[in-house]
Ligand binder design. Structure first.
Ligand code: PXL
Length: 265
């Protein structure tokens, strides 16, 4: 049976991030992708031109439709836009017997807000406590926990600060630091350092969505959290290496890199 994975996230009309990145990642990793749309963005390689959130009843109804009939082996969350949506999604996840990967999305690659400032407290007190794995980048660590990381040595302090909100595991993504792309995965007792060479490629739109969806896909296939994160990092590193120009700005990672013939990779 093909395991089902559900993303609860925003739509990126440009197809590089959000729901579109999540579903492409799930296809590439051999699971059945399903989606609960929380918001619609008008977006391209240059930025976000507009964003509209869905009513909370529309989000609840989509979730129930999928979970009650089809069932899910893992859930991933991305853009949740408002405090009301964050709280509704946290409640839905807490009643679902499947691991949840929470990508606490704050702003887009271009700096556009994808979460209201008034929703931060709900992320801290409602959403992070129901996460199996939370995957903040360093901007999100600063926004959520007020911890500023400027070197690899400070990643552990960021992880401790995030774990205090209650996720089982935290993956602190150090990709914005200079040098190798280094992430720290920990549950407070085990530490796993994941290191990948930095690819000199500006076409990285969708990296965070892709990583979180890849983790959820691997969990749905039965891997442990450390195995799932290692496999997801390998997939996203290949996708970043193969990222391509699209439009006049920042292009997307290539979700299909493993499908292409070797000379095209
Ligand atoms: O990567 C964060 C993200 C999440 N969700 C949507 C986005 C983006 C970044 O652009 O557009 C819909």
């Amino acid at each position: 049976m093909i395991p089902g994975v559900l993303t609860v996230a925003g739509s990126d009309s440009g197809g590089g991030a959000g729901i579109q990145a999540d579903l492409k990642t799930m296809l590439a990793l051999g699971v059945h992708g399903m989606s609960v749309v929380t918001a619609v963005t008008a977006q391209n390689s240059l930025g976000v031109q507009g964003a509209w959130e869905l009513p909370v009843e529309a989000v609840r109804a989509q979730y129930r439709s999928v979970v009650d009939d089809i069932g899910v082996r893992a859930v991933k969350t991305g853009m949740l836009a408002s405090a009301e949506l964050v709280e509704a999604v946290a409640e839905l996840i807490s009643g679902t017997d499947a691991p949840a990967v929470v990508d606490p999305v704050g702003v887009s690659k271009h700096g556009d807000a994808l979460l209201a400032a008034s929703a931060l407290d709900s992320v801290r007190t409602k959403l992070l406590p129901v996460a199996t794995v939370a995957t903040p980048n360093l901007d999100e660590v600063a926004q959520i926990a007020g911890v500023r990381v400027e070197s690899e040595g400070e990643l552990r302090r960021a992880a401790e600060a995030l774990l205090a909100y209650g996720p089982r595991w935290v993956l602190i993504k150090g990709g914005h630091l200079p040098g190798d792309a280094v992430d720290l995965l920990t549950d407070g007792s085990e530490e796993h350092w994941l290191r990948a060479p930095r690819h000199d490629n500006r076409h990285t739109h969708g990296t965070g969505c892709t990583l979180a969806s890849a983790i959820a896909s691997q969990l749905a296939k039965g891997q442990s959290v450390p195995e799932a994160v290692a496999a997801a990092k390998e997939y996203v590193t290949g996708a970043v290496a193969a990222g391509f120009a699209l439009g006049g700005g920042i292009g997307p990672v290539d979700h299909g890199w493993r499908f292409r013939a070797a000379p095209e990779r």
